[in-house]
Design a protein around this ligand. Structure first.
Ligand code: EPZ
Length: 417
């Protein structure tokens, strides 16, 4: 079923465990290709983007199977001769296979990963960085052909800390001849998780958590067991859902050390936060307090992936809230749906909206058009009086294992797939 039905107006109460991180799991699954053996990836989220990545890994020769607590990936039989065909099709997150397959097989053909609803999603930074390592690119009829006679380590500086470009350089560098120094690397925690997995496989990587990475090349990697960290964006979705509905929840396993900007926003909106080794507890006031401005930034700033959810929570604030999106060029699509629920939102410029908080919004049918905007509509439905029906939920299932089950565990009246 592609729709979720919510009887809103109920403050979230209770405890829920936070799933594994989509944006950590996807590059780690791509990285299994760099080993000649088997890995066991625990806490891998059962989401449609992971299912799609599994299909791609199987298409290129990996043996992949779910076991009780995780995913077993055997990359010993990747047949590089097959890679010259249409190896990688669909799903933008497959872009991280570019670096892994060039590293493992020296070439790859893939559909040019186009843009999406939230932006054009160019890949110039990926291509420029990999060219410096000896990769040559050709484009033919929407297909991207990448090949390197010799993949060599290089000194690379990213002009913008692109998460995906950082991941592709790391994935290409671990098997390249010679060392790579990457400056201007993204600092997102998912990069650290990828590096820790690769080190577990025998890679030599220094500077993890900083913007300057030294990646030793030419090592033979074995498989490794690894546990995917909890998803900071899913945790932030539920935390801001609690703020928007005026509830009190405990988020088990929430990686709060990676969520400081989100916890800070929740406190400024009136939430009382308590963190521990087991997770984070938040108690929110009946109505969110207005904050002057929410501005998205690269890590450790406020994450762009929580901008839509923060916008939803802000529609009930006790004043005006400015929201600035500095990462993607079209991440306010959810505004029109929130307005249909009674939210007062003015678009001041392509990157800025002004929310004039209202005490109540109404449940109506709304449509999700992308992953995080869809999650924001579910949060708005929880806040609204009456019934909200969210369609287009296939987008939500790309990143949330079971948003209906999780919110039901927090006392919400939600039905759906
Ligand atoms: C990753 O996307 C995440 N996806 C995104 O999460 C997240 O929003 C983004 O990082 C920023 O944190 C995955 O990890 C699978 P970027 P990515 O390269 O790698 C521009 C979600 O909802 N840019 O850091 O594509 C780009 O257009 C998704 O889970 C270039 O101009 O993000 C954007 O404006 C959405 N040229 C900005 O940089 C390039 O070559 C950030 O992009 C690459 C990027």
């Amino acid at each position: 079923m592609d729709s979720i039905h919510i009887q809103g107006g109920i403050p979230l109460q209770g405890k829920v465990r936070v799933q594994g991180s989509k944006n950590a799991a996807l590059p780690i699954l791509a990285a299994t290709l760099l080993t000649g053996g088997s890995s066991f990836i625990k806490n891998c989220p059962r989401i449609t983007d992971v299912f799609a990545m599994i299909r791609l890994l199987k298409d290129i020769g990996c043996r992949v199977s779910w076991q009780e607590s995780g995913l077993h990936v055997d990359a010993s039989c990747v047949d590089c001769r097959e890679i010259g065909t249409e190896a990688v099709t669909g799903m933008r997150s497959s872009l991280c296979l570019l670096g892994a397959l060039v590293g493992r097989c020296g070439s790859v053909v893939m559909e040019h990963p186009g843009g999406c609803v939230i932006g054009e999603r160019p890949i110039d930074l990926h291509l420029e960085a990999l060219r410096q390592m000896g990769v040559q690119f050709r484009e033919e009829e929407g297909r991207l052909m990448a090949a390197a006679d010799r993949l060599c380590g290089a000194k690379i500086r990213l002009p913008f800390p692109s998460v995906g470009a950082t991941e592709n350089v790391i994935l290409a560098a671990v098997l390249a001849e010679g060392d790579t120094i990457l400056e201007g690397a993204a600092l997102e925690p998912e990069i650290g998780a990828l590096c820790r997995y690769l080190k577990g496989c025998g890679a030599g990587i220094e500077g993890i958590g900083t913007g300057r990475l030294l990646i030793q090349g030419g090592r033979k990697l074995s498989g490794a067991d690894f546990t995917v960290p909890a998803d900071r964006i899913v945790a932030g979705t539920y935390l801001l859902g609690c703020v928007g509905t005026g509830g009190s929840v405990f988020l088990e396993d929430a990686p709060w050390e990676e969520m400081k900007s989100v916890l800070e926003l929740a406190e400024h909106m009136g939430g009382k936060i308590c963190t521990s080794g087991e997770g984070v507890y938040v108690q929110a006031p009946r109505r969110p307090r207005a904050v002057e401005c929410i501005r998205t930034e690269t890590y450790p700033g406020f994450p762009t992936d929580l901008q839509s959810v923060a916008l939803a929570a802000a529609v009930r604030a006790d004043g005006d809230v400015m929201i600035r999106e500095t990462i993607f060029e079209n991440r306010f699509r959810v505004v029109e749906e929130l307005r249909r629920m009674g939210a007062q939102i003015q678009v001041q410029s392509p990157d800025t909206v002004l929310v004039r908080g209202v005490d109540g919004i109404c449940g109506v049918p709304v449509e999700a058009r992308e992953l995080r905007g869809g999650a924001a509509l579910v949060v708005a439905g929880l806040m609204a009086r009456g019934e909200t029906t969210v369609t287009g939920c296939r987008y939500i299932y790309r990143g949330y294992e079971n948003i209906c089950r999780d919110f039901r565990e927090l006392g919400a009246r939600v039905t759906g797939a």
